[in-house]
Ligand binder design. Structure first.
Ligand code: UD1
Length: 377
């Protein structure tokens, strides 16, 4: 129809875990000529390794707008995003603002949209760790509270939203967009040379990632974790792609020296057993995870990805907002107590390769369902 106004959807990304969630949605919009999709990047993550590499590998279009927020305290970061996002909404007059996940950018942009009377769609709604010490939990609860479309990845999310009194008509169980991205890229990731580059053999190493403030900002907690990693690495080499926050603190607290000393003590041919490396791109990380014997992490997304890859995962936290990964996946909650981590490591490394069910609707079609629902409504 000539002159008919297109449906305008502003999509928001800010930090690394947002990129794999938005990628399949941006692709899906292309099947709908009646949609005009606009991509806004808040700039919360901005370095090549935390940002650009994901846009390149996942073929995410260049953002239409970059708010160039950068790093700051939670209050400043959230407030600055809000200030800079408001004029974007006033200019583009979207019908929907779609936000993903639980980072500061998610909440900040949802809040601006809701206050201007624009509908908010939240992808990954309903997840709850019930731990308000986690900045992400606050972001989740508040974003859900002001969203009009609550797109849920797992059944616990449905239960949480029901318990919190959300009307049924706002809630949609659609599956997991991050799994859409994983399944789409799995084949391609097989040609990554990361194992050769790091001189590793499949199923003969452990992967560690760590970035939660509760694990990396306190020298006692981080020190105890590094110590247990050192112990594990004497049995199975560890590759530890370190988030910038983690790397900064490892250096600040003087742990890098300790790690290097372990390296020197290790067998000369082993190139060090506990290896802290820079963050790596999506395809390399997928290959690294898929071929690992065990993964140790405090990331939410990695708990889900290892569930699909059927690689044993030990979660270094006391709670998870993704309980489905514990119920049917290979994930195990082990907290931060060294003895508990070590015992769990021994247990899972002996029992790896278990076959488990895949969570409902984690089938590669979540983004298709989301866009269909948005169009229907
Ligand atoms: C943010 C999210 C967290 C998510 C994580 C993934 C919030 C509250 N937290 O935490 O949920 O799991 O991203 O990484 O939104 N930095 C760089 N380069 C960058 C970005 C950051 O070096 O491109 C450094 C800066 O020193 C910065 C620190 O990392 O101070 C932390 O970045 P920030 O965005 O504040 O939070 P994250 O810890 O990354």
């Amino acid at each position: 129809m000539e002159g008919k106004r297109k449906i305008r959807i502003i999509n928001v990304v800010g930090a690394r875990p947002n990129f794999m969630k938005i990628a399949p949605l941006m692709k899906e919009y292309k099947n709908y000529p009646e949609i005009k999709s606009i991509l806004v990047h808040t700039g919360q993550h901005y370095t090549r390794e935390m940002n650009d590499v994901f846009f390149d590998q996942l073929e995410i279009p260049r953002p239409d707008i970059n708010l160039e927020i950068g790093s700051a305290s939670h209050a400043v970061q959230t407030a600055e995003i809000m200030k800079r996002f408001e004029p974007v909404i006033l200019k583009y007059k979207p019908d929907v603002v779609l936000v993903v996940g639980d980072v500061n950018s998610t909440l900040a942009c949802a809040l601006v949209a809701a206050k201007l009377g624009v509908k908010v769609a939240h992808v990954e709604a309903g997840l709850r760790s019930f731990d308000r010490q986690m900045p992400e939990e606050i972001n989740r609860v508040l974003t859900d509270a002001i969203s009009d479309y609550l797109f849920v990845t797992e059944r616990s999310g449905l239960k949480n939203l029901k318990n919190e009194g959300f009307p049924k008509k706002k809630i949609f169980f659609v599956g997991n967009v991050m799994v859409d991205t994983l399944l789409r890229n799995l084949e391609q990731s097989k040609s990554s040379t990361i194992l050769e580059d790091l001189k590793l053999h499949g199923k003969c190493y452990t992967v560690v990632t760590l970035h939660r403030p509760s694990n990396v900002d306190d020298p006692i907690v981080l020190g105890a974790l590094i110590e247990v990693f050192e112990k594990i690495s004497q049995e199975l080499p560890i590759i530890f792609p370190a988030h910038p926050r983690t790397r900064k603190n490892i250096e600040l607290f003087g742990f890098m020296k300790k790690i290097s000393e372990t390296k020197r003590r290790a067998h000369p041919a082993s190139d060090g057993r506990l290896r802290v490396i820079d963050p790596i791109g999506y395809l390399d990380f997928l290959k690294l995870m898929a071929s690992a014997k065990v993964v140790l992490t405090d990331s939410g997304g990695i708990q889900e990805e290892t569930t699909i890859l059927k690689v044993p995962c030990l979660t270094l936290r006391e709670n998870t907002e993704r309980p489905i990964t514990l119920e049917i996946g290979t994930n195990k909650m082990v907290g931060t107590d060294p003895a508990r981590i070590l015992a769990a490591f021994h247990q899972v490394s002996e029992n790896s390769g278990r076959r488990c069910r895949t969570p409902d609707l984690w089938d590669g079609y979540a983004s298709k369902r989301i866009v269909e629902i948005l169009m229907r409504n």
